[in-house]
Design a protein around this ligand. Structure first.
Ligand code: URA
Length: 205
């Protein structure tokens, strides 16, 4: 149920998809990244959370949402009463993209063609897991789900039909919350993120 086009969707169980994605060369990001960061969670997950792309720590560990954004997400999930282990967590783009600044790897946003090339993996994960609820974290995932006109500031927290008995919604990306300069802005966005995740609990109940 993606608003954007997907070429050919890989098939197979999650372990198979993960193995195939390890050697993906569909875009150039594999060259400089450490590894593919595939989604994580049970095939039986009722809810799928989709981020943007791995950061430095995800690149090194091979797991989604283990860095600072992941810690904020963990806290929000906890407050909302969602158990991370029951969710399927993944990203729109599965390789870390960066540029070197001195000795540090500075995160760079994947461009439209890199996102397009990677979309088959997200489509495959959705087909395999068949979640009842799909949550886009941030604009990249939201626009992949709902189209380029989607604006988090205007439409976050609103449910939409993504298919038969599949509901989708987008909310703040944890990194966006962390980056907000003013503490009161940050606290409000965090509270909204938690409220949206509580809504997931309600919809799944
Ligand atoms: N930000 C994301 O969008 N995904 C991750 O896995 C980590 C940070």
């Amino acid at each position: 149920p993606l608003a954007k086009p997907v070429a050919e969707i890989p098939t197979g169980k999650l372990v198979t998809l993960r193995r195939k994605a390890k050697t993906c060369r569909a875009c150039p990001l594999w060259r400089d990244a450490t590894q593919t960061v595939f989604g994580e969670g049970p095939a039986s997950a009722k809810a799928m959370l989709i981020g943007e792309q791995p950061g430095l720590q995800e690149d090194q560990s091979g797991k989604p949402f283990v860095g600072p954004a992941g810690h904020l997400l963990d806290r929000a999930l906890d407050e909302a009463g969602l158990d991370r282990d029951t969710l399927y967590l993944t990203n729109t783009v599965k390789h870390f993209k960066y540029e070197m600044r001195g000795n540090t790897k500075l995160h760079k946003r994947a461009n439209a063609s890199e996102q397009a090339a990677c979309r088959m993996w997200l489509a495959a994960e959705l087909l395999r897991v068949q979640p009842r609820v799909v949550i886009g974290l941030g604009a990249m995932a939201a626009q992949t789900l709902f189209g380029d006109a989607f604006r988090i500031t205007r439409e976050r927290g609103q449910w939409r039909e993504l298919g038969e008995d599949v509901r989708g919604m987008a909310t703040w990306h944890p990194s966006a919350v962390l980056r907000m300069p003013k503490p009161d802005q940050r606290h409000q966005a965090y509270a909204e993120l938690v409220a949206d995740l509580r809504d997931v609990v309600a919809v799944l109940a």
